[in-house]
Design a protein around this ligand. Structure first.
Ligand code: ATP
Ligand code: MG
Length: 327
């Protein structure tokens, strides 16, 4: 693993009586696409505001490229470009003039770069319209171009898909992947799990100001061990056979003539052998990875985007170290 470009160590933040962050720690390696996941109110934007040096941390430290984000903000700020939930843009200026204005704060304005960035985020056609006439998605696109103006090593994006249409989301995904291939580190906050699943190498799951899990997605999705879907000739008989084996749980599958088997360790061959020996036809045995969404709901107790998200959530389970077997 390369040296971390972001290092967060026991970072805390309170707003009056609300404890928005409670001693969170994580790091982001240079060059990785990092997903920062959590339901509404988890503390994602608060963390990002602290990284950007917009707020004073109540405790702990945040560093970018080794520079403290609060006491050494100027040095840290040279390394990143960022977008926040509500892009701060001048409504009375055109998109292009907004970019010119921000570019001027970084040095001589490079018109060629501005034209290229407008094209990259699909805003060429509307570049000369005033930003106050932009839709939410257009503002997001312009904010992304603005974040890339300084050719940053690190791109911090707070829910960048908010307001984007499916084409925009698809385009953003392609763009971020390309930037990552060129060596840019991407810090991507989201509650859109499907996107994180497709895009990110590693995630941190935040809930109520605490880190609930951290690690590569492949490990996160296997917290609970192994799961198989087996297509069989006789579901009832197959369930009986599997139940007689140690350490397995079994339930009827959602697909016709199938069963779902879970296990702490890899039992594929043993299960297959037992079924075939008992005269049951096995048409297919497939490893099914648990979806990230299942893990997310389990960790946060909240279905993303569900009406329940704003109701009191059931008590969250204790933090699960990724890769470790659950008791
Ligand atoms: N300026 C503020 N004053 C008071 N409380 C705040 C303020 N900003 C955030 N909070 C509280 O801090 C907690 C974390 O909020 P934050 O905005 O960081 O969450 P988030 O993960 O970004 O959520 P979302 O997905 O809705 O954007 C919440 O309980 C929120 O109500
Ligand atoms: Mg937020």
């Amino acid at each position: 693993m390369t040296a971390p470009i972001v290092e967060v160590d026991r970072l805390s933040k309170r707003y009056g009586r609300v404890r928005a962050l409670n001693e969170i720690s994580f790091s982001v390696a240079e060059g990785e696409v990092f997903g920062f996941l959590g339901p509404n109110g988890a503390g994602k934007t608060t963390t990002i505001r602290l990284l950007l040096g917009l707020q004073h941390p109540g405790g702990g430290t945040a560093r970018i490229g080794g520079h403290d984000c609060w006491t050494d903000h100027v040095a840290a700020a040279k390394l990143f470009g960022a977008t926040l939930e509500q892009p701060a843009l001048y409504g009375f200026l055109s998109g292009r003039d907004n970019l010119r204005l921000f570019a001027r704060t970084l040095g001589p304005v490079d018109e060629g770069q501005i034209t290229k960035l407008l094209d990259l985020v699909g805003m060429t056609e509307r570049a000369n319209d005033k930003v106050k006439r932009y839709s939410m998605g257009m503002r997001q696109r312009l904010a992304l171009a603005q974040a890339m103006l300084g050719k940053p090593r690190l791109l911090i994006l707070d829910e960048p898909t908010n307001g984007l249409d499916p084409n925009g989301i698809h385009g953003l995904r392609i763009l971020l992947r390309k930037l990552a291939e060129e060596g840019m580190t991407i810090f991507f906050s989201s509650h859109l799990l499907a996107e994180v699943e497709e895009l990110c190498d590693r995630v941190v799951v935040l809930h109520r100001g605490e880190v609930k899990a951290a690690g590569p997605l492949s490990e996160l999705m296997n917290v609970k061990g192994f799961q198989y879907r087996i297509d069989v000739s006789d579901v009832d008989e197959a369930m009986k056979i599997v139940r007689s084996l140690d350490g397995l749980t079994v339930e009827p599958g959602t697909i016709k003539d199938s069963i779902l088997v879970s296990s702490d360790k890899d039992m594929a061959r043993a299960i297959n052998h037992a079924l075939v020996s008992a005269g049951i036809g096995v048409d297919q045995l497939v490893h099914t990875q648990r979806g990230l969404e299942d893990v997310y709901i389990e960790l946060t107790g909240v279905a993303p985007g569900s009406p329940l998200s704003s109701a009191p959530a059931p008590p969250p389970p204790p933090a699960t170290p990724v890769g470790a077997a659950k008791p």
